[in-house]
Design a binder for this molecule. Structure first.
Ligand SMILES: Nc1ncnc2c1ncn2[C@@H]1O[C@H](COP(=O)(O)OP(=O)(O)OP(=O)(O)O)[C@@H](O)[C@H]1O
Length: 301
């Protein structure tokens, strides 16, 4: 079936994926609008890689629907306009870098050979080197050149920065952002390092235990939340429980993340807009069964 929601590069409706041992994704509904750079955030096992595998068609949903650039991934392989850089960056180890790029050219109709070559050269990787002899970071740069050489409309990167030094992380993100600026490409980027996403991502999808806990444009999400900092009060923070995402006490101070205007009318607090990292961390802690935050109904004693 082909449905057209052309404003969404990626769309999930009631999406679920069940492996033999249980649900990896459950009842996920969200949209990633075209042209956004989205941070896919979640703890280990949250379902991030599963979501990407469903998007590429490597896996089929157990329930619900996923659409990539308006189409459900089907038997025809990965959407022509989607490029996916998997966590383990699968490249033929015996090929030279040049051979990898020539394979990219042979396999992809829209391939931009000059551009892929330039990306590899800029990364300082020798075209004659065999893939098996490259460092983890160099392999990432080659895999990124292969992904971007396709000039995709949607680029999905699963933990692309994990084995890169700080300088290389910055260079990779600059390469991706230059392509975004030039072509309006949509990006979905999973990472555990929230600091890497700050200032780069303008959209957030936060998964925990297979469910979407927060999704939307970063600007809107930040505007909808405040960090409230004030003295710890014996009678509790006194805020509407349904507006409190997380309350944390450190010493005599208390920090509360509040949503949906729950801060209006409260007195004796310093109010700050949260950073993307503060926002995501509060939601991740409040969703974590191992590290329960004081949320919603609970008050600080
Ligand atoms: N092929 C598989 N067979 C069975 N269970 C799987 C398979 N792949 C993933 N899972 C399970 O599905 C859940 C989600 O895994 P997934 O790899 O999608 O999470 P993730 O958010 O990408 O994690 P990480 O950050 O550790 O890479 C986990 O509980 C995992 O054990």
């Amino acid at each position: 079936m082909t449905t057209t929601t052309r404003d969404a590069a990626l769309e999930a409706v009631g999406l679920g994926k069940r492996y033999r041992r249980g649900w990896a994704l459950r009842d996920c509904t969200f949209e990633l609008p075209t042209g956004r750079v989205s941070a896919l955030v979640g703890p280990n096992g949250a379902g991030k890689s599963t979501l990407m595998a469903l998007s590429t068609g490597l896996l089929r949903p157990t329930s619900g629907v996923i659409r990539v650039l308006g189409k459900e991934p089907g038997g025809g392989g990965t959407h022509q306009e989607l490029a996916f850089l998997a966590q383990d960056k699968p490249l033929y180890r015996r090929f030279t870098v040049d051979e990898v790029l020539r394979a990219g050219q042979a396999l992809n109709p829209g391939w931009d050979h000059a551009y892929a070559h330039r990306l590899v050269r800029e990364a300082g990787v020798n075209l004659d080197a065999r893939v098996g002899t490259l460092s983890g970071g160099q392999r990432t740069r080659v895999a990124l050149a292969v992904a971007l050489g396709r000039r995709p409309q949607l680029l999905m990167l699963d933990e692309p920065l994990a084995d890169l030094d700080p300088l290389a992380r910055e260079e990779v993100m600059q390469t991706v952002m230059a392509e975004v600026a030039e072509t309006g490409m949509t990006v979905l980027l999973s990472s555990h390092v929230l600091a890497d996403m700050e200032g780069v991502c303008d959209h957030l999808i936060l998964l925990a235990a297979g469910r979407v806990h927060l999704v939307g444009d970063v600007e809107d999400l930040i505007a909808d939340h405040r960090l409230m900092i004030g003295p710890r009060r014996p009678a509790g923070h006194g805020l509407r429980p349904e507006s409190v995402v997380e309350a944390r006490a450190t010493g005599r101070q208390e920090t509360v993340l509040v949503r949906d205007g729950g801060w209006h009318g409260a007195t004796g607090w310093e109010l700050h807009e949260p950073t993307l990292e503060e926002l995501a961390m509060a939601y991740l802690r409040s969703a974590s069964p191992q590290r329960p935050a004081r949320t919603r109904q609970e008050t600080v004693a």
